[in-house]
Design a protein around this ligand. Structure first.
Ligand SMILES: [Zn+2]
Length: 286
């Protein structure tokens, strides 16, 4: 949020602004995808006001452009906070997150290069570059985090797609569904309360937590039209020791599962163990 005070300052650095406060920010629409933070809303109202001053010729256009760039940066910052550190991303949100992180790196790279020009021209001191370099480094680190998060989202999407494919096969070609996943019906039911027993046994055996990748319903499953409530996905390959142990444990407890080796035949992605009955397709309009 380093740039946000700049947004307000740039928007209000005018004698007219000092005399007449900007109008209050309008309330965001309830159906907007993400509500603005109060800071962003205030900055937007300030920019609207500054825009009217520029239109009347009482404020310079460059001032408006600086304020708009700072606001865009603050919005990207807010988006990254919601996505990098939030839970349950869809693929589209992951793409938006990567784009916002890339724009923040670009802005800081440009600021650093502009600073270097001033130093080269003898207008600014060498140490004036330090904060610009720190900003650039932190934007690059943020971008790496966004990449990791996006990669994780892609893996989760592959797992959900594998389930989507299986659900289609079960409906239309049940005899070939076995090629996609091993199925164990157990006693046909799985209660989420049973999960803690699975987690404890796994941790006791492997000395690490069960890598649950989807607990019940997620935004990703909803976006693919799946009702994943009461189901759990575990990010283990069925043929690796953790996966083999898990399948054996579930079988012993009569807990139903589907063991996926890959999302698409021939592609080594999307492997996981789905605990519980297969997801139902969300009924549209009902
Ligand atoms: Zn699942």
């Amino acid at each position: 949020m380093r740039f946000l005070p700049g947004v307000l300052l740039a928007a209000c650095a005018s004698f007219a602004c000092a005399q007449t406060p900007p109008p209050p920010a309008p309330a965001p629409a309830l159906d907007s995808p993400a509500l603005d933070s109060p800071e962003v809303m205030r900055a937007k109202a300030g920019i609207d006001y500054l825009r009217s001053l520029v239109a009347r010729g009482v404020a310079p256009r460059a001032q408006l452009e600086r304020a708009e760039a700072a606001l865009a940066d603050a919005e990207d910052d807010a988006l990254l906070r919601r996505t990098i550190y939030g839970s349950g991303l869809t693929e589209g949100q992951a793409d938006d997150m990567l784009a916002a992180a890339a724009r923040r790196v670009d802005r800081r790279l440009k600021a650093f290069e502009d600073g270097q020009k001033l130093v080269t021209a003898g207008i600014a001191a060498q140490n004036s570059l330090n904060p610009l370099r720190e900003d650039l480094d932190s934007a690059r680190k943020e971008s790496e985090l966004a990449e990791l998060r996006a990669r994780y989202t892609r893996e989760l999407t592959q797992m959900a797609r594998a389930e989507e494919l299986l659900e289609l096969q079960l409906a239309h070609e049940p005899q070939s569904a076995a090629e996609l996943a091993d199925r164990f019906e157990g006693d046909g039911v799985f209660n989420l309360a049973e999960l803690s027993g699975v987690e404890q046994a796994f941790e006791k055996h492997f000395g690490k937590a069960l890598p649950v990748s989807a607990m019940g319903e997620t935004a990703l499953h909803r976006s693919l039209g799946f009702d994943h409530r009461g189901r759990v996905d575990v990010a283990v390959h069925p043929d690796q020791p953790e996966g083999r142990w898990l399948l054996e444990y579930l079988t012993g407890k009569h807990i139903p599962y589907f063991a996926f080796r890959q999302a698409v035949p021939g592609k080594a992605t999307g492997a996981h163990v789905h605990i519980g009955p297969m997801s139902a397709r969300i009924k549209l309009g009902g």
